[in-house]
Write a protein that binds this ligand. Sequence first.
Ligand SMILES: Nc1ncnc2c1ncn2[C@@H]1O[C@H](COP(=O)(O)OP(=O)(O)OP(=O)(O)O)[C@@H](O)[C@H]1O
Ligand SMILES: [Mg+2]
Length: 349
Amino acid sequence: MKQKRKAGGFGYATDSIKETGKHATKTEFVSLRKNGFRITLDITKRRKMSRSPQFDKYDIAKYDLHPGYSFPDFLEDMIPSGTPEYVDSGQRYVERMIRALFFFKQCALIGPSGTGKTHITYLVAELTGLPVWEVNCGLQTSSYDLIGRFIGLGKENWIDGQVTSWLKYGGVLYLDEANMMKQDVATRLNPVLDTRGHLVLTEKDNELISRHRYAYVIISMNPFSAEFAGTKPLNAAFRRRMSVWVNFDYESIGEKISEREVELLIKRSKIDHATAYKITQVGAEMRRQYQAGDLPYGPSVGDLSHWAVLVVDGADPISAAEETIVALTSDSVEVQADVRRLIESVFKG
Ligand SMILES: Nc1ncnc2c1ncn2[C@@H]1O[C@H](COP(=O)(O)OP(=O)(O)OP(=O)(O)O)[C@@H](O)[C@H]1O
Ligand SMILES: [Mg+2]
């Protein structure tokens, strides 16, 4: 039952939805005609916080992140759908993230590249029915991109940036590579990340934008380590504003091979078990070397599945690796030779 938008504002489409306890309910009127009589039934349905088919796999129903509230229609496309399943070995990452958002409105994800931080953020947004505003802080993100700017003369020519839109409409603000954020941008964001925070648009007559009641933040970053060029410690003021930190790690690393990861690889590429296992072994060893600072990159299960797809298509594993995992790791001839030796030792050894 869609509501019409109110003139001058956004209809929240919740007029027919009222809150009972922790769950929103929706009342629908159904009319039936029988033998000239008209019967009107009043059906009260419990409304789930999302329509995700994966919703019932997780124990999250008690953490409704927008009870009784539906986001406006124009944000519909920004609510993820069809996110692939996320595999873990009992760490309950999804539940822990949703719980953190429920109690504290924000949480931080830390883990090496390719451990699924972006993937799980989209899954969490799908499961909780929240639109995602994604900002990659590692790119040359300026405060114009985040806050907004004038695109011509006159007040009507202002366009909101990602953060301003998120503050107004709610959803998840996903700050990827948050530790790579430039200081001037961090300074603007700090007050907003106080849960009851607001933004003052100094650019626009000091207009005050307050934080929507269903505006959540997820930040993600690679762990800071002296060996890796490029990683930085997170700005201290930013760190204090995050109440819950969730640590991610590779499912398989070094000698530890996770059967779940092997299964995931099989599911994604339809490869046979023995080859999936070997591919995972190569990936696990590369990750170990990456964490030790000996390789510039550790492959994700997504990267490994690209390799597997070419093998299933008929390529032999070593030449399929050349086009995928070897080239992906580095441009350097020496590094590529190291990866090649590792692959040969697993597949021929
Ligand atoms: N536990 C997992 N279950 C299912 N898929 C996974 C898992 N971990 C990683 N992947 C897959 O690996 C690929 C990389 O994941 P993703 O981009 O989310 O990593 P990331 O941690 O955000 O990396 P980066 O730090 O480089 O941004 C994706 O294809 C993702 O679906
Ligand atoms: Mg990512």
